[in-house]
Ligand binder design. Structure first.
Ligand SMILES: C[S@@+](CC[C@H](N)C(=O)[O-])C[C@H]1O[C@@H](n2cnc3c(N)ncnc32)[C@H](O)[C@@H]1O
Length: 279
């Protein structure tokens, strides 16, 4: 899947102005942002890009502060290129050791996850993945039925399996991630019930005790209705992939679906949140 990369140079000292622009780009369909020394890069699947919507998003801020941008097409964004190039093993909450295949195992940690990320997102190093993993380590996953939506490398589903979850569905719409989930589930000896390639339309017509979805604000807003249908009353749902400020938009929409806010974590402005479906 080809992407457009738009490299922004921001000539402003005010960090919130950069965040405003990122927010507007998120609404215009950009799904990934990466800080650079000059500003940030924004990414959008080429087939979702609409020039008018993009320019409209920029217009709002053009007179507020000064920035320049340059758009290029990139063949397949390697979400992990930064992390992969200096992939260091990672320890989460002193309980889970995440390493690549080329690192030595460390037996002193109760849980170990081996990931071969290739082109898929999810080595645990991104703030959103780290916080989702912290939730999985803190909460009770024993014998739970799990849906991992936007599974990437499958790292969250793998950790859920290692925490005792029994029936796991892992879904990603990117075929590269689909292959990665299968490969990593084999590497970790955590077979899943279903690994599916697609978006919300292919979510099985089942009931889940826990849903994990680390995607982005707009996709979550679009998919949460479907999550509500397949989550049991009293079920838990953990969302990430957005900034803390986006909670104000996400929470009321979740409430309308009878999924109520419980708590959230933040790391560098990124957010992960737990909701509970009303019984
Ligand atoms: C931020 S990554 C999260 C990966 C992994 N779950 C983690 O926590 O590190 C988001 C993932 O969602 C997938 N994704 C984006 N839009 C999607 C959609 N509409 N349906 C299913 N998956 C989607 C992307 O391909 C990507 O792998």
């Amino acid at each position: 899947m080809n992407y457009f990369e738009v490299a922004f140079t921001i000539n402003s000292e005010e960090e919130y102005q950069r965040d405003l622009l990122i927010n507007a780009l998120g609404e215009a369909g950009f799904d990934t942002f990466e800080e650079t020394s000059a500003g940030f890069n924004a990414y959008i699947p080429a087939d979702s890009f609409d020039e008018n919507v993009f320019l409209h998003a920029l217009n709002t801020y053009q007179d507020v502060f000064s920035f320049t941008w340059e758009k290029t097409e990139v063949p397949q964004k390697n979400w992990n290129e930064v992390w992969e190039s200096n992939f260091e093993p990672l320890i989460i909450k002193d309980k889970c050791y995440v390493r690549a295949t080329f690192h030595e195992p460390k037996v002193q940690y109760p849980l170990e996850i081996v990931v071969d990320p290739k082109m898929a997102f999810g080595t645990g190093h991104h703030q959103t993945t780290t916080m989702m993993m912290e939730f999985i380590l803190e909460e009770d996953f024993a014998a739970k039925r799990i849906l991992d939506m936007g599974a990437g490398t499958g790292i969250l589903a793998i950790l859920a399996a290692k925490r005792g979850a029994k029936n796991i569905t892992a879904i990603d719409y990117d075929p590269v991630c689909y292959d990665s989930i299968l490969e990593n589930s084999r590497l970790n000896n955590t077979p899943f019930d279903e690994v599916l390639c697609g978006s919300k339309e292919i979510i099985p017509d089942k009931q889940y005790d826990i849903i994990l979805a680390n995607i982005n604000r707009n996709i979550l807003l679009d998919q949460m209705g479907k999550y509500a249908e397949v989550l049991v009353p009293g079920g838990q749902i953990y969302l990430s992939g957005f900034y803390e400020a986006d909670l104000e938009i996400l929470s009321p929409e979740m409430n309308k679906l009878k999924m109520l806010y419980v708590k959230h974590k933040t790391l560098d402005d990124w957010c992960a949140v737990k909701f509970l479906k009303q019984t």
